[in-house]
Design a protein around this ligand. Structure first.
Ligand SMILES: Nc1nc2c(ncn2[C@@H]2O[C@H](COP(=O)(O)OP(=O)(O)OP(=O)(O)O)[C@@H](O)[C@H]2O)c(=O)[nH]1
Ligand SMILES: [Mg+2]
Length: 382
């Protein structure tokens, strides 16, 4: 891990410096404002780059398969050191065929219903599962396609499925001013994009809705957590407060009751920690937060998503902010969440505030099942 401190005039300049020196994989650990002797304000940013940057490492494969491959590799090493070329290439062939076999087994499990569904419905099933659409939803969609007689050819069937995906997506409208002070809490797993999403919504509310707003950080446990939000607030000319517990948060919201919105940032943590979930519930309940946005990264694995949904339900989320759509490979698994809780906003990059949009069914369907999906798939693979 390489850690470096940067001093810059503002966050944008600092980010540029970091990108130039550490590259785009670097992460910002903390930010704080500092004052020079002449009174000029600067920003100190601490950034880090994991030297064993593992973003290129493929997903963990079947442990049994890894064990077998490791055994072969071990064998391979000893044979290779003995200089036996013939055995060496035989072992490489063995590994290759083992990999193929394992891939076939994985496919057979993932696409287990494909053969029974017949040629067209079977292909659709494979496509939906490749896009990570949960098995039960894929089967329901196919059932509907067959019932409607829309499975006579693949193109028509896919259009029908795309249209019917709407039934599995809930959408909510973005925030609007009213006569009350609306309290908005964001919560979710670590690094999902809570703080940046909150800042974006805050800036857009201020600029587009002409709303009077305050940003509050209740993320006081993480080093630099509150400072990150404070920096954004000061750059955007938005008032900022820090709350160390739910009593302080209540005092702040009571004293700011002339505002249109009070946006509350919380710390990210492991959803499996009950203490963390209780803390979020306490914060949101103490101020009667009307909007409770669960922030979910579109890159989250299917099983983690399922667990997060289960654990965060007790916070009574009113909406989802779906982040990092630009980084997601396939989005089908998100259906499990968004068929229950409406998506309000999506984010598609790191720019603040530009990369935030109100959610729409059409756009989500395009991410889950792109119109050109049949052109992009290798025919023999479906
Ligand atoms: N590519 C991409 N990056 C994003 C997006 N949204 C946020 N990020 C980046 O994700 C990183 C984490 O964002 P934060 O807003 O700090 O996440 P957080 O959930 O507040 O993090 P913690 O408070 O540490 O749990 C930052 O580098 C953001 O720029 C997005 O839509 N796309
Ligand atoms: Mg944060």
């Amino acid at each position: 891990m390489k850690i470096k401190k940067y001093i810059a005039k503002n966050l944008t300049e600092g980010k540029l410096k970091i990108k130039e020196e550490l590259g785009s994989e670097a992460v910002i650990l903390s930010t704080r404002k500092i004052k020079k002797a002449d009174g000029i304000e600067l920003i100190e940013i601490v950034a880090a780059l994991d030297s064993d940057n593992n973003s290129q490492i493929p997903k963990k494969e079947n442990p049994g398969k890894s064990r077998m491959i490791n055994q072969i590799l071990k064998k391979n090493q000893s044979v290779n050191s003995a200089g036996n070329d013939e055995s060496y290439s035989r072992l490489l062939r063995e590994i290759d065929s083992l990999k193929k076999e394992m891939n076939e087994i994985n496919d057979n499990v993932k696409y287990k219903y494909a053969a029974a569904l017949g040629p067209i419905a079977g292909k659709i099933f494979k496509i939906l599962r490749k896009q990570e659409v949960p098995e039960d939803i894929a089967l329901k969609l196919i059932g509907k396609t067959i019932d409607a007689g829309a499975n006579n050819n693949l193109i028509n069937a896919m259009d029908f499925i795309r249209f019917n995906l709407r039934d599995y997506i809930k959408i909510d409208k973005p925030l609007k001013k009213d006569s009350t002070t609306q309290k908005v809490v964001v919560f979710g797993g670590t690094g999902t994009g809570k703080t940046t999403a909150l800042v974006r919504i805050g800036i857009i509310s201020k600029l587009v809705l002409k709303a009077d707003i305050t940003l509050v950080s209740a993320d006081t446990q993480k080093v630099g957590g509150a400072e990150q939000l404070e920096t954004y607030a000061s750059i955007s000319g938005i008032s900022f407060r820090t709350a160390y517990n739910s009593d302080e948060l209540k005092e702040i919201t009571d004293s700011e009751d002339n505002k249109d919105f009070i946006f509350i940032d919380t710390r990210g943590s492991n959803h499996k920690e009950k203490e963390f979930i209780d803390e979020i519930i306490m914060l949101a309940d103490s101020v009667n937060a009307q909007h409770r946005f669960m922030v979910i990264s579109a890159t989250t694995a299917e099983e983690t998503l399922r667990q997060q949904l289960e654990c965060f339900k007790s916070v009574k989320p009113t909406g989802v902010i779906l982040t990092k759509l630009d980084e997601a490979f396939s989005l089908g698994s998100i259906l499990k969440v968004i068929q229950e809780i409406p998506v309000t906003y999506i984010t598609t990059g790191q720019r603040i505030p530009e990369d935030l949009e109100p959610a729409s069914k059409e756009m989500l369907i395009e991410h889950i099942l792109p119109k050109n999906i049949l052109e992009t798939m290798v025919p023999e693979k479906i």
